[in-house]
Every structure is written in structure tokens, then in C-alpha cells.
Design a protein around this ligand. Structure first.
Ligand SMILES: O=C[C@H](O)COP(=O)(O)O
Length: 258
């Protein structure tokens, strides 16, 4: 098991309106309002339209739940219809922003270059990027999953200085395991996460790599989280579907109880 503070983050994707978001966060806060989970960092990544409501709740009740966005524009402002900028997210006191999620890469054709620009936009505005990487099924079957994933890590962090990269969160999410119920074996996930840490050490330093948190994402549930979190290079989970079920997500956060 890793000694870094685990980050258990719920990526709600395009689910829950702002009223549902309030109810969901209140439920999580109530269920996690004890000392047992203090050693675990909990975050939610709601849709943009929910962020103001979540901020009001978290600020007002001084909740220890952190929140962030699922995407960020690489631009600060301007004629970019439909986009949300770093300054807007910073104004809402977001802590995190997911960058380069496979659904953004797949449906919005985000390249490593775009992802890199978004990582830089996040840092420019004081947000911590959760840099998502991972291979498709055909890449895994060809045995190229490690090289493919490391290239995405390098592309995402290109020209990002060490003083920024030291806070990055990297989420390894094999695309074939997302929302499919197919979990990457814990050993297989560990193999790639260890390789990611090794590449971060090559890019920066071993010391920096030792502090960077690497999450696993892809069909994480209460029933498999303990085995995943037992791996030495896995420091948390990026949870999609199961984060929409309050009871299930609380069990995931409390993985140490299992
Ligand atoms: O961001 C989360 C991942 O895409 C995982 O989603 P999932 O837990 O529904 O497989």
C-alpha cells in the first residue's frame, strides 16, 4: 500500500443537475463526517452547472470534500462558445480539474498537445490537474499499453516545470475498463502505474516522482477497491459510475474498512 495520501475522486460525468448535486454532496458529507476518513482526500467532479451549488455547500458548511471540474479551456477568455475557462473555475474555488479524460480524447478529439495546453492553463490559474491517460483495447492487446500511456504522460507534462508538476495527479484509466464492468487486474494496473512513476522520475526527479499521486480508474467499485488500493503505486481512484451511488462511493472512500 502506498504511503501517499489517497485521493478518491468521483467523476460524475454528465449526470446530476444542481439540485441533485446538493443532495448528493450532503449525503456524502453526512456519511463521511467522522475521523475515520481523515487520512483520505475526497473530491467530486460535477458538471459545470453544479459547481456553484457545490461550492456554496462546501464553503458554507466547511466540508472537507473538495471539488473540481471535468474539463478546462486552454484559453483564458474570448470567442470560444461553450467553453469554461481557468479563471472561471478558479473564481469558484475549484481545487481540481480533470484534463484529457478518454471521453474528451475520444469524443472531442483532444490530442496530447491540447491536453498539454489545458494542463498549463490549470496551473496558470492555481488549479491542480488530474491528467488522465490510458490505452484502448487494441493497444492493450498489441502489448503496447505501457509505451502508449507513457507517451500520453510525457505529452501532457511537456514543458511543465517541476514546481508545478510536483502537485499533478495522474489517473491511469485503461479505456477498455471504463464503464464496461471490466476491471483491469490490480497487478496489471500496478504495472502501468509503476511505469508512470518511473517516467515521472526520468522527466523530473525520483524525489518528485515519489510524491506524485497516481490514481487508477475504470469500473472501480466497493468490491474491488481494496485490492486496487493495496498496490504500492496506486494512490487513489477516479470513480465514474459508482460515484453516483452515495452508499457505494462512501464504501469506496472507506476502502480501509474492508
Ligand atoms: O473518470 C472515471 C472513469 O472514466 C471511470 O469510469 P467508471 O468508473 O464508470 O468505469
Amino acid at each position: 500500500m502506498s504511503t501517499r495520501t489517497p485521493l478518491m475522486a468521483g467523476n460524475w460525468k454528465m449526470n446530476l443537475n444542481h439540485l441533485e448535486a446538493i443532495a448528493h454532496v450532503q449525503k456524502l458529507a453526512f456519511a463521511l463526517a467522522d475521523k475515520d476518513y481523515e487520512a483520505v482526500e475526497v473530491a467530486v467532479l460535477p458538471p459545470f452547472t453544479d459547481l456553484r451549488s457545490v461550492q456554496t455547500l462546501v464553503d458554507g458548511d466547511k466540508l472537507r470534500i473538495k471539488y473540481g471540474a471535468q474539463d478546462i479551456s486552454r484559453h483564458d477568455s474570448g470567442a470560444y462558445t461553450g467553453e469554461i475557462s481557468g479563471p472561471m473555475l478558479a473564481k469558484l474555488k475549484c481545487t481540481y480539474v480533470a484534463v484529457g479524460h478518454s471521453e474528451r480524447r475520444q469524443y472531442h478529439h483532444e490530442t496530447d498537445e491540447v491536453v498539454n495546453a489545458k494542463v498549463k492553463a490549470a496551473y496558470k490559474h492555481g488549479l491542480t490537474p488530474i491528467l488522465c491517460v490510458g490505452e484502448e483495447l487494441d493497444v492493450r492487446e498489441a502489448g503496447d499499453h505501457v509505451a502508449h500511456t507513457l507517451a500520453q504522460v510525457e505529452g501532457g507534462l511537456k514543458d511543465v516545470p517541476a514546481e508545478q508538476a510536483e502537485s499533478v495527479v495522474i489517473a491511469y484509466e485503461p479505456v477498455w475498463a471504463i464503464g464496461t464492468g471490466k476491471v483491469c487486474g490490480a497487478g496489471d494496473a500496478q504495472e502501468v502505474c509503476a511505469a508512470i512513476r518511473g517516467r515521472v522520475a526520468e522527466l523530473y526527479s525520483q524525489e518528485l516522482a515519489d510524491t506524485v499521486r497516481i490514481q487508477y480508474g475504470g469500473s472501480v467499485k466497493a468490491g474491488n477497491v481494496a485490492e486496487i488500493m493495496a498496490q504500492p503505486d496506486i494512490d487513489g481512484a477516479l470513480v465514474g459510475g459508482a460515484s453516483l451511488d452515495g452508499d457505494e462511493f462512501v464504501k469506496i472512500v472507506r476502502f480501509r474498512d474492508q
